[in-house]
Design a protein around this ligand. Sequence first.
Ligand SMILES: Cc1cc2nc3c(=O)[nH]c(=O)nc-3n(C[C@H](O)[C@H](O)[C@H](O)COP(=O)(O)OP(=O)(O)OC[C@H]3O[C@@H](n4cnc5c(N)ncnc54)[C@H](O)[C@@H]3O)c2cc1C
Length: 292
Amino acid sequence: MKFFRPASLPEALNIKSEFPDCVPIAGGTDLMVMINFDRRRPPALLDLSGVPELRTIVERPDGVLRIGAGVSCKRLHGDYADALPSLAMAAGTVGSPQIRNRATVGGNIATSSPAGDTLPPLIAAGAVVELASVGGSRRLPLEEFLIGPKRNALRPDELIEAVHVRRQAGPQLFSKVGTRNAMVISISSLALDLRPAQRAIRCAIGSAAPKVLLVEGMEALGAALPWPTDGGPPGALDDALVEAFSGLVSRACSPIDDMRGSARYRRRSLEALARRNLTWAWRALERRSTCV
Ligand SMILES: Cc1cc2nc3c(=O)[nH]c(=O)nc-3n(C[C@H](O)[C@H](O)[C@H](O)COP(=O)(O)OP(=O)(O)OC[C@H]3O[C@@H](n4cnc5c(N)ncnc54)[C@H](O)[C@@H]3O)c2cc1C
């Protein structure tokens, strides 16, 4: 097996252009499992761990963070709880400390699993993926980049260079249902992103459909929520609005039965996560208004 270890992004892109069959490896926590179980036998590996450009995080003046594909889950969990709370929470649930040390956000995105934990918070926050090749770069909303279970829109000569995501504009939450608290693939997951200034609510769900989904049709609910006005507190959250949100999530999902959980359990757990997360996020909004 050929093994390339570029020291810069241009070098990595040149190799990918010349050998489109070579398979990138970042932390190796997904790919090495496939290789060890003989489910993949790549003709060549492109080790991205020596590419410094992929490990940077830069925040633009408008509050959008550009997170390099090679940034680890450990770093997102440890350093970005204020800027990106939902993503930080999700990154903190990936595997164990050892796995989070190696696992990268780019690897999680490229694996494109319906259970990938960083995907719901990124999609709920409106993340855009930056894809690079020797020909230039292009950007796609993450929900369009994902096209099916472990399938995405990456071309053979491209690498994921970064993901762009805006600093939180209001309370964000991520919750995951599994059989235990650590080292567990989700049975279902849900990320919520409240944007009081826009009177908008965004939600993405994982392990709920062939790919991680942005829940559509939230505009009317966003308009109906009693958002804070003129710096005052928000109104009380009506049970009917919580049920309406839970209903939207339930209708959006199309879960399957598998060894981790039944379709029925997945749907019920997502409905419960929706109720719980909206209630908790609203409490956080109330606390914010009493703190200013
Ligand atoms: C014990 C264990 C527990 C785990 N628990 C979880 C969990 O709780 N939640 C979860 O979501 N995942 C979990 N995972 C899966 C894995 O850790 C994550 O998906 C991780 O983010 C993968 O990142 P990586 O850098 O290790 O990817 P790698 O294994 O290096 O690569 C994964 C895929 O991405 C491609 N790739 C990597 N970087 C790029 C790039 N820049 N451009 C294009 N393609 C790229 C590779 O070619 C490969 O196809 C677990 C894995 C293990 C072994």
